[in-house]
Design a protein around this ligand. Structure first.
Ligand SMILES: [Zn+2]
Length: 469
């Protein structure tokens, strides 16, 4: 294998980006054997178990498309999907395989321009002959297979033309399938290679593959069509697909909150003090100098009403928050509840701490251990919203917008969830301690800071969801 070719297909580079631990343990570190093969359909493959890949060499459009297809498998496909698992959720290996091909081809097509690939090269004529055979033998089952396999490849239109002439209902079925696929993929993170959990079945299955399982269910339903009336059939497929999309409750990617406690021993005289402002009425005339200087005679102290704002602080490593930052927030957040979170990996180890509440706050020597992972971003925000005493109380989220789930899972779906939550509860996201201090001082001056506000990737997601005004 020449140097050039090993660069053209270097699965171990891609796999090193992956987060599924089963794969990392079994496969990473072992060298891959990349063989060259003809670009004929069915020959190129990626074999995780034996760390083998067969791809066509050379710079032709077809070779390049096929090579990228296999490399995408190495990057995104599960290393192993136990057959019992597939059957348990009512699927067959062939529908799962087909659905995964659709996912990989769709991703390839979506990125073709950037990669300089010609998707139209992705046909060798054999699919046209197969389509003609399916028509000649009136084999609907095979026709469905070919229709699915052609999606997002160069032969989608030509294969469709042959099949739809004989099976006109397939055209509508394909439309349903594609629109459901899009809907399904928007709700799941098609590219995600993170995993849900460190235990159990899910541990071998990258998150993006969940989208594949959804599409496989649709295909499976197409195959189970038992000669019912076309209209009824389409209605049924449509409503089943709708229900499936609705009922697919994906596993919760967020960790659970475990509160640790730090003593809130400090009060008024430290760096946090109740805010006093001059007032014309009151019991204690303390500001006698104002009798001379202030035309409104504001000689009395008025203690500002304590407001019930909540500040939720991301204490993860990416924030590189130090004690001074926390101190500044706590000081500006007079009377607010301030909570800081950062996930550490021992089970039941605390990951969130209340550092200020009701005018009392933690002393500098008792600051909680922060600087690890995120994992509980959304649960911490949910907790923060529940602490509101009044709907007008601001909830401020100090976060750079880099959120993660269990096992350092990062996916757009997490950003979307956070963006939707911020929007719904009018949360003010600020990117650092300074931003929090600014918003808090605005609030202390009796102004209402603009809400909702978004930062970083959460802002990107909010933009895409059209949540920005
Ligand atoms: Zn493939």
């Amino acid at each position: 294998m020449s140097g050039l070719h090993s660069i053209a297909a270097a699965p171990e580079w891609l796999i090193s980006e992956r987060r599924d631990t089963a794969l990392l343990e079994d496969v990473l570190g072992e060298p891959w054997e990349v063989k060259h093969c003809p670009a004929t359909r069915g020959v190129p493959h990626t074999d995780f178990a034996n760390r083998r890949m067969a791809v066509p060499s050379g710079g032709s459009d077809l070779s390049r498309v096929v090579r990228h297809h296999e490399l995408l498998h190495a990057l995104l496909s599960p290393s192993h999907v136990p057959e019992e698992y597939i059957r348990e959720i009512g699927l067959s290996p062939r529908s799962v395989h087909l659905a995964e091909e659709i996912r990989i081809n769709s991703i390839l097509k979506e990125n073709a321009k950037g990669l300089g690939l010609k998707i139209s090269a992705f046909k060798d004529g054999s699919e046209m002959n197969e389509a003609k055979n399916a028509v000649a033998s009136n084999d609907l089952d095979h026709a469905i297979h070919l229709m699915c396999a052609s999606i997002a490849t160069g032969s989608e239109t030509s294969v469709g033309r042959i099949l739809f002439a004989e099976f006109p209902e397939l055209k509508k079925v394909k439309k349903v399938l594609k629109s459901k696929m899009r809907e399904y993929w928007q709700r799941n993170s098609t590219y995600a290679t993170g995993v849900y959990d460190d235990k159990g079945m899910a541990h071998a299955i990258p998150r993006g593959f969940v989208a594949t399982l959804g599409v496989a269910q649709l295909i499976e339903k197409l195959w189970r069509n038992d000669g019912e009336d076309e209209g009824e059939y389409l209605d049924r497929i449509n409503s089943q697909a709708n229900n499936m999309v609705k009922s697919t409750t994906r596993a919760n990617p967020w960790g659970s909150l475990v509160f640790g406690s730090v003593p809130l021993t400090e009060s008024g005289n430290g760096f946090l003090s109740r805010s006093r402002s001059a007032s014309a009425t009151g019991r204690q005339p303390r500001r006698l100098h104002r009798l001379i200087s202030d035309p409104d005679r504001k000689v009395f102290d008025r203690v500002a009403r304590k407001r019930g704002g909540i500040v939720v602080v991301d204490g993860s490593g990416s924030m590189s928050l130090d004690e001074e930052d926390l101190k500044a927030i706590v000081k500006a957040a007079s009377g607010c509840t301030v909570v800081v979170y950062s996930f550490r990996h021992e089970p039941n180890e605390p990951n969130i701490w209340v550092v200020a509440r009701d005018g009392r706050f933690v002393s500098q020597d008792e600051f909680p251990p922060i600087g690890s992972d995120n994992v509980v971003d959304l649960p911490a925000l949910e907790w923060g919203v529940r602490q509101r005493k009044d709907r007008k109380d601001p909830v401020i989220w100090v976060s750079d917008g880099q959120v993660t789930g269990i096992s350092r899972y990062t996916g757009k779906d997490l950003d979307i969830e956070c963006a939707q939550f911020i929007h719904k509860h009018k949360i003010i996201q600020v990117k650092n301690a300074r931003g929090a201090v600014e918003v808090l001082s605005e609030f202390a001056r009796g102004k209402t800071p603009h809400s909702p506000q978004f930062v970083g990737d959460i802002k990107v997601a909010a933009k895409e969801l059209r949540l920005l005004d």
